[in-house]
Design a protein around this ligand. Structure first.
Ligand SMILES: *[C@@H]1O[C@H](CO)[C@@H](O)[C@H](O)[C@H]1NC(C)=O
Ligand SMILES: *[C@@H]1O[C@H](CO)[C@@H](O)[C@H](O)[C@H]1NC(C)=O
Ligand SMILES: *[C@@H]1O[C@H](CO)[C@@H](O)[C@H](O)[C@H]1NC(C)=O
Length: 191
């Protein structure tokens, strides 16, 4: 006869295994099953640290302007410009540092008074435990402030139902080219 404690250990191991495998998108039934288990799941906190490389110049830019307003060229804050980005996320600030994901999305100048961007980005992770999982960032990025705090409004994969805060700090900004390397710390709660 199987001891109850053994069944308990086995079922918790299964639960852990189940929560680990959802790194890639699952079918609706699997998602429904996950939601059913939600009340028994414990909340986790995860801290992510990486560098975002926003390259707007050179031969292989990763962010480019896709639209602008009639006043963008004369506005001190380039108000109304929109850019589409697929920026590299790496472990270190160097250009050849290990890639752990991409920041894919749209950012644009949404402030007339100072440089303030509206950021709508999906952080798409490709490294290790987070491979195939995403976090969605939506916030205001006043690029010349030392720290910019932006909400994480959701996620997928291991980051389902995530909420959190991203803090951006400019590591390097080339005023001539417009290229930037930005340090990100992301704190999220998820299941
Ligand atoms: C990255 O490039 C620097 C020189 O620019 C070199 O010293 C270093 O070894 C390189 N690192 C990797 C991981 O390739
Ligand atoms: C990430 O997942 C993709 C597809 O599932 C796979 O091809 C790739 O090798 C994985 N990368 C890492 C670093 O595990
Ligand atoms: C800044 O960008 C300009 C133009 O692309 C380039 O010539 C220069 O070397 C860059 N400066 C640094 C410090 O990387």
């Amino acid at each position: 006869m199987v001891k109850p404690w053994f069944t308990l250990i086995l079922s918790s191991m299964l639960l852990i295994a189940m929560s680990l495998v959802h790194g890639i998108d699952q079918d609706p039934l699997a998602v429904e099953e996950w939601f059913k288990n939600l009340p028994t799941m414990t909340q986790k906190q995860t801290h992510l640290h990486f560098y975002l490389h926003d390259l707007v110049s050179g031969t292989s830019p990763t962010a480019m302007r896709v639209a602008q307003s009639t006043i963008t060229s004369t506005s001190p804050t380039a108000f109304g410009f929109l850019a589409m980005a697929d920026d590299k996320l790496t472990t270190g600030p160097e250009p050849n540092s290990t890639v752990v994901g991409r920041a894919q999305g749209i950012y644009g100048s949404a402030c007339l008074e100072e440089s303030g961007l509206l950021m709508t980005m999906n952080l798409v992770f490709t490294g290790g435990d987070y491979n195939g999982s995403t976090l969605s960032l939506l916030g205001r990025n006043a690029v010349f402030h030392p720290y910019r705090e932006m909400p994480i409004v959701g996620g997928s994969g291991v980051f389902r139902m995530a909420r959190g805060v991203a803090t951006a700090k400019t590591h390097d900004f080339n005023l001539t080219s417009g290229d930037a390397v930005v340090e990100y710390n992301v704190m999220v709660v998820h299941y």
